[in-house]
Write a protein that binds this ligand. Structure first.
Ligand SMILES: [Zn+2]
Length: 296
């Protein structure tokens, strides 16, 4: 939608810091009021008056876009803009991973290294979640994804184990037909990056007692879920939406350092090809998983 963008600062508005001129930047697309209690506490993603560049305002499907200087994140000179555009989806993963790990009591004596994790879905966001979990020190990180090509990308991005089917994930986590029967079964944290009835249920099945399930996928609005196990095993369900400025900066640092990335970079297509590419992606399996648009 044009909310994942990066480029070069070519003009400055009145009052903007002159040192931005010519810089290579990623853009945090979250515009918020910066005065409410959510904004003041750092949670600009929850501002009641927020709007996204690329959704509420003109976005990155253009040669030029006007953005507030406060939304710029400087990148090292010469950074490929395709990597810059990856900072935004990565920030979603950083936020979800932080919600999964923060407050998880399994960190304990072993620290974050003791946190076991599973991610459901290896689309763009699922892959970012898995990378963020690994970079945060969690492990092992299991990923379940039916698409072979996406599983391959996950395997190459540092994921511990990939699974083709939910059954394979269940076996790896020691989950039988009755989840959490064995005290050692289940992951400490599970992120659902899909958001269907099936994946939400799988996430709850795959987590250990007192574990955390982070819900970031939004495929379906309403879905049935077996709630008695959630109640009995004191499972925490938490939603994850966008990111804080802190998450965005962390994502930019990991991308700039080469620790996180989108894998192989496809060519940049001219903006005029945007509508056709979007139609192809929306058509499902035939099209690319993603496409870069810009000044080719
Ligand atoms: Zn606000």
């Amino acid at each position: 939608m044009g909310h994942e963008l990066a480029g070069e600062v070519i003009a400055l508005g009145e009052g903007a810091d002159r040192s931005w001129a010519g810089r290579t930047v990623a853009v945090n697309p979250v515009i918020s009021c910066r005065t409410c209690r959510f904004c003041l506490s750092g949670a600009r993603n929850l501002c009641r008056r927020k709007g996204l560049i690329g959704i509420a305002r003109p976005g990155g499907f253009a040669e030029m876009v006007a953005v507030p200087a406060a939304n710029l994140i400087g990148l090292p000179d010469g950074t490929d803009p395709r990597l810059g555009a990856f900072v935004e989806p990565m920030a979603n993963g950083v936020h979800a991973a932080r919600l999964a790990i923060d407050g998880n009591d399994s960190a304990g004596a072993a620290g974050i290294a003791g946190v076991t994790a599973a991610v459901i879905g290896a689309g763009a966001i699922g892959l970012c979640c898995a990378q963020a979990l690994r970079l945060s020190g969690a492990g092992p990180v299991d990923v379940v994804e039916p698409d072979e090509r996406r599983r391959g990308v996950a395997a190459r991005s540092g994921v511990t184990r990939t699974h083709r089917s939910p059954d394979s994930l269940r076996d790896a986590l020691g989950i039988g037909d009755q989840p959490r029967l064995d005290e050692d079964s289940g992951a400490d944290v599970v992120i659902d990056a899909v958001g269907t009835a099936q994946t939400r249920q799988l996430a709850v099945d795959a987590v250990r007692p007192h574990g955390r399930v982070v819900l970031i996928g939004m495929h379906e609005d309403e879905s049935p879920l077996a709630f008695r196990p959630v109640v009995r095993d004191e499972v925490t369900l938490v939603g994850s939406y966008a990111y804080t400025d802190q998450d965005f900066s962390q994502a930019a640092r990991w991308v700039a350092a080469g620790d996180a990335g989108p894998g192989e970079l496809e060519p940049v297509h001219p903006l005029t090809q945007g509508p056709a590419l979007l139609a192809l992606i929306a058509s499902g399996t035939a099209g690319p998983v993603r496409a870069f648009l810009g000044r080719a």
